[in-house]
Ligand binder design. Structure first.
Ligand SMILES: [Zn+2]
Length: 376
């Protein structure tokens, strides 16, 4: 435990890194996967269950929480940690990305964004200053800069203008955040898939100085090849002694590829969202539990997995409760998925420490290539 936010890089293997982010609310082992608690809950999971999967930190969404129940109400009730019963670190996004993807009638100016709530149509204004205020009211441990992510495809000129606006907003975010010991502010690199723009953005962010840096504007539909193309150079443009966060990623193979390219933190709704639609992620790839082949299968989802879904239930049971629309279906498969993701992160941390990350990656891909176990 520490009173300040800091990052210690413990080992590297190729470009992959392992370390620890120290915060007053607990350590975050990196590479870290952050489950997403959009509306102050990781859907279908109790907070203690999320912790039991091995998560050190959760992500909360500013856009959702500012609309309902509002940041001011969460503040009156003692902050987001107390409100949702999670006393470990929380990272909040800035709201910018979700305004662009969810809100209606957006109007973008130098000042900020005006939009209508997707819930009730009420009008809201979000600026770098307001985003910093909301994230402070929530009590977030890691605060993200307010930025703009252009809708793709976009012309080089539009990507450049958007990046330059995001850099001006990064400075305003830094100024508004002020000095808050124990809390961190992360800058967000933009620049689309253009190396030159990524370089300019990184330079500007380094000049402002942040506690950590995100590679932004990826995982927005550009595909894995284009994303890895950017990750081949973008993380190395950012300071080595600060954590690097890839926002909104991803599938297990995206995560392994990102870690191999020097990323330390990631978040994604995929394991929890898939859990509610009967999609399980396992060492041997994806399993669709609603498929009829599972309805008489007494075997667990993954016999090597120690999560409650695999320890105590059969594929036949998981298939039955999914088809019967029972709530336990989403609970069990979400738990399994989050457990698998955290186990994957632990495996990578161990392999990087041991200098065997290349072998780890080879085995990861070989096991996935085998596909699911043969039907009975
Ligand atoms: Zn499991």
């Amino acid at each position: 435990m520490t009173e300040r936010f800091s990052y210690t890089l413990n080992a590297t293997d190729g470009r992959a890194r392992t370390g620890v982010i120290n915060t007053p609310r607990g350590d975050i082992r990196t590479p870290a996967f952050m489950p997403v608690g959009t509306a102050a809950t990781v859907k279908a999971m109790m907070p203690e269950s999320v912790r039991a999967t091995g998560a050190d930190i959760l992500l909360g969404n500013t856009y959702h929480l500012m609309l309902r129940p509002t940041a001011e109400r969460i503040d009156r009730l003692g902050g987001l940690h107390k409100f949702m019963n999670w006393d470990r670190p929380i990272l909040t996004d800035s709201g910018g990305f979700q305004v662009m993807s969810l809100a209606e009638l957006r109007k973008l100016t130098e000042e900020g964004v005006t939009f209508k709530s997707h819930i009730d149509g009420s009008k809201h204004h979000l600026t770098p200053e307001r985003s910093m205020e909301i994230q402070k009211l929530l009590g977030s441990d890691i605060v993200m800069c307010f930025d703009e992510c252009p809708a793709l495809p976009a012309s080089d000129e539009d990507v450049r203008k958007s990046m330059e606006l995001s850099m001006r907003w990064a400075q305003r975010s830094r100024d508004a955040f002020g000095d808050r010991p124990g809390h961190a502010l992360f800058g967000i690199q933009q620049g689309g898939v253009t190396e030159e723009l990524r370089g300019i953005s990184a330079e500007k962010l380094r000049e402002i100085e942040f506690d950590g840096y995100a590679v932004g504007g990826l995982a927005v539909g550009e595909g894995q090849e284009a994303m890895f193309g950017v990750l081949d150079y973008a993380p190395d443009m950012l300071p080595k002694d600060k954590p690097r966060y890839l926002m909104g990623v991803g599938k297990p193979d995206d995560i392994v590829g990102a870690v191999a390219r020097g990323i330390d933190m990631m978040d994604c709704v995929l394991p929890s969202r898939s859990g509610r639609t009967g999609q399980a992620w396992t060492r041997r790839g994806q399993v669709n539990i609603k498929n009829a082949r599972h309805s008489d299968d007494p075997r667990p989802l993954d016999e090597a997995c120690t999560c409650p879904a695999c320890s105590n239930y059969s594929r036949a049971y998981l298939n039955h409760v999914f088809r019967s629309h029972e709530m336990i279906s989403g609970m069990l498969i979400t738990w399994h998925n989050l457990h698998y993701y955290q186990e994957l992160m632990q495996g990578m941390r161990d392999a990087i420490s041991a200098g065997t990350f290349e072998a780890f990656q080879a085995e990861f891909h070989a096991t996935r290539a085998m596909g699911d176990i043969e039907p009975l």
